[in-house]
Design a protein around this ligand. Structure first.
Ligand code: CTP
Length: 377
């Protein structure tokens, strides 16, 4: 129908982006389909909608020159093929009409730039100027243009590269990784909301540690979540060492992700040890201690959510509580549980007890069977 309609308008149209990529990867059910037309996306959307059953409403985003139709469970997004250029201080491009090639050039990754033709003459043909098909096979994230241009133009793409690598279990081309590292500071021009959207997607992936390792490797993590990078490293004094709490945290997050899809529980796992960096002390007698790190950590959760402009709602409180309680077996065996405020928190956590147990179990890394029994009890 879209091909037919654009023919009536005397233009060509293509499906492009995530739909084509996921179709070729046989991945999940699509939620949106991006259609690019060599003309006006808004005109095409209006005409398509007028032919669809029930004549669905067309949402028009004039500033972006795009239009969207909700059809059954799908969102159809229409855009005219365009050429983009960027100013240094903004993610918002200067846009002019362009050819299909111009439009493919402006896309983030080769695997997102494959176009599927909808026109009578070449219906079903894949137009793939950057060998995105080859990259799908090689499981490679690669940019159509020089990576430093792609990432500097739109720094959100640095997060997207890492998100796709995590979701699809792909490798990011070395040149791209270097460009991300070089451009990392430019992430600061991206809105917090966009960064969090990508972080959520990384955290919800099958193996979130893939993304966090890449964020760490490119130093983006230090800008976004310095509380986590502060956990990295092992210090040794008088022959006594503590574990590296950063790598330990990634193990806990992967571990818990095998048990739960709950985003907030996964966040709690990610943040469960953040209080350890500021509370780390070395005592001649006791060795390394992280006294009351759960309390400090749960307070840090609030500040972290606030800084990242995440809502300070019950989800945040849940994460705080989980962080506070994640070392519950230890808390219960410590004297400070006599504090009435803490007792109340222990009581409140009752409703989350199953999630809490998953988190605690994910954190039981001790091989000592006596300690394991004690923790489980
Ligand atoms: N795109 C881009 N640069 C961005 C965002 C998007 O080049 N910063 C292009 C890509 O071609 C992408 C398409 O726009 O495939 C659609 O973007 P979006 O819907 O955000 O992502 P999808 O690729 O569809 O993937 P997902 O639905 O998993 O987010």
């Amino acid at each position: 129908l879209i091909g037919e309609t654009s023919q009536e308008l005397g233009t060509d149209s293509y499906v492009i982006g995530g739909f084509v990529r996921d179709y070729l990867l046989k991945r999940g059910t699509p939620k949106d389909i991006d259609i690019v037309t060599i003309g006006s996306g808004i005109e095409l959307a209006k005409k398509v909608a007028s032919k669809l059953k029930g004549k669905p409403q067309v949402s028009i985003f004039k500033n972006f020159g795009t239009a969207m139709i909700k059809h059954q469970e799908l969102e159809l997004e229409f855009v005219g093929a365009r050429k983009e250029s960027y100013h240094h201080d903004s993610r918002k491009p200067v846009v002019e009409d362009g050819s299909l090639e111009d439009d493919q050039n402006r896309r983030d990754f080769t695997i997102n730039a494959i176009a599927l033709a909808l026109n009578q003459l070449n219906y079903g043909q894949l137009l793939d100027p950057f060998n995105g098909l080859g990259d799908l096979e090689k499981k490679l994230i690669r940019t159509p243009l020089e990576p430093s241009i792609t990432y500097s133009d739109d720094p959100l793409r640095m997060m997207r590269a890492i998100r796709f690598a995590t979701q699809l279990d792909f490798t990011i081309e070395l040149k791209s990784l270097q460009a991300i590292t070089e451009n990392k500071e430019r992430i600061k021009i991206v809105s917090k909301e966009r960064i969090i959207d990508e972080l959520h997607k990384i955290i919800l992936s099958k193996k979130p540690s893939i993304g966090f390792k890449l964020l760490h490797q490119t130093s983006l993590l230090h800008i976004i979540l310095p509380e986590l990078t502060a956990l990295q490293g092992i210090e040794e004094i008088e022959g006594q060492r503590h574990k590296d709490n950063f790598w330990h945290t990634l193990e806990v997050v992967d571990n818990i992700s095998e048990n739960t899809d709950n985003l907030w529980l996964r966040w709690a796992a990610l943040l469960h040890d953040i209080g350890k960096a500021p509370t780390k002390r070395f005592h001649k007698k006791n060795g390394w201690t992280f006294h009351a790190h759960e309390f400090v950590g749960s307070k840090m959760v609030y500040k972290l959510f606030k800084r990242l402009r995440m809502p300070l709602n019950d989800k945040m409180k849940f994460v705080q509580k989980m962080v506070l309680m994640s070392s519950r077996p230890i808390i219960l065996s410590e004297d400070h549980v006599t504090d009435s405020a803490v007792r109340r928190l222990v009581f409140d956590a009752g409703e989350y007890v199953e999630d809490l147990m998953t988190l605690c179990e994910a954190d039981i890394t001790t091989k000592n069977p006596r300690k394991q029994r004690k923790y489980k009890n």
